[in-house]
Design a protein around this ligand. Sequence first.
Ligand code: FAD
Length: 392
Amino acid sequence: MEIVKTKVAIIGSGPAGLLLGQLLYKAGIDHVIIEQRSAEYVASRIRAGILEQVSVDLLEQAGVDQNLKANGLPHSGIEILTNGKKQRVDLSLLTKGKQVTVYGQTEVTKDLIQAREHAELISFYEAEQVQVDDFYSKPKVTFHYQGKDYQIECDFIAGCDGYHGVCRASVPEDKIKTFEKVYPFGWLGVLADVPPVADELIYVQSERGFALCSMRSETRSRYYLQVPLTDHVEDWSDERFWEELKRRLDPESREKLVTGGSIEKSIAPLRSFVTEPMRFGQLFLAGDAAHIVPPTGAKGLNLAASDIAYLSSALIEYYLDGSEQGINEYSEKCLQRVWKAERFSWWMTHLLHRFETESEFDHKIKQAELSYILSSHAGQTTLAENYVGLPY
Ligand SMILES: Cc1cc2nc3c(=O)[nH]c(=O)nc-3n(C[C@H](O)[C@H](O)[C@H](O)COP(=O)(O)OP(=O)(O)OC[C@H]3O[C@@H](n4cnc5c(N)ncnc54)[C@H](O)[C@@H]3O)c2cc1C
């Protein structure tokens, strides 16, 4: 067995693991990344696309913002379409100049992988049978890699291995509490090389269900439809997708919509999920390993980034200043922000989707709530503050 000694073993090379690795590298802290998939697979996963300002700032701090600055699309507002009418929420005006940036998770991941390769940092891609042990005493990670068995001996393990990862699953049951809500519908997403229907995102509340018009660049669009969980991707030809999207849009957007062949099509179930606490001895959970949000509030990737902001500064404080304060406060600080993002994502989902179980009364109340939010400066400010991201 090959023994490797390091300070921090990071499990998972999604945005959370890669960003943590980059920030530790910048601070001169020794670490390795262990990932079960190939780098190509990780970099090509189509997922999130909206970055809060704090996530952009963190990528800048990590020194991986050159492509983001060149190709990211800053957005100062969003549109909400309800009752056949669009209304703009001016994010910047309502939040003293804050905005969000459209930049795909695939691009964030590629930039981070490239920076890691350039710095020649150690990553074990396609590691098999990854196991984490002894994290209440002397943490160990074992795995099989390129025909050999490995054991990593480290001070800390960062569980950045997503919802289905091994880290959360290794915590003894009596030490962990989870909170979960599963929604009775999914999002059918289509990626297509067609110009976006509008310069800003359009969130659509319609009698036929929710839709979202989003984008990844000026020539690549990402559209979503609320669909029943019983639907399969094969049920949805491109033609059927575009027809249904048109039905949910207003006449002006319908007219402007450019359609084309999909380059990716998938159905994602929607879930809210939180793990408490987020630290177990020398094991920290971060990102989707600790929490999941429905994508309606565009918070998944951003929450992963804010966990890493807390975790990286806690580890840097520990190694450079000898202070354990950040480490001891990690879980509590993250969870305060996590629950606020969970609330916002749940609220946006509840407000904008059709639930089969909702009565006509419930539906009217929701419409009245949305109408109030959009007609009130205070209501719009609440939405905008949460959408651009709460401070940390
Ligand atoms: C289909 C889908 C669509 C999404 N769309 C949006 C969106 O539109 N907007 C939004 O804000 N968010 C979206 N999200 C959420 C967002 O993508 C996640 O919040 C984000 O990827 C979290 O990053 P992460 O690094 O914590 O986890 P992940 O990106 O899941 O990375 C975890 C990594 O750990 C690896 N791993 C897992 N198990 C092991 C193991 N045993 N050993 C080693 N490695 C392991 C995985 O292969 C993966 O590379 C979406 C998520 C999914 C799944």
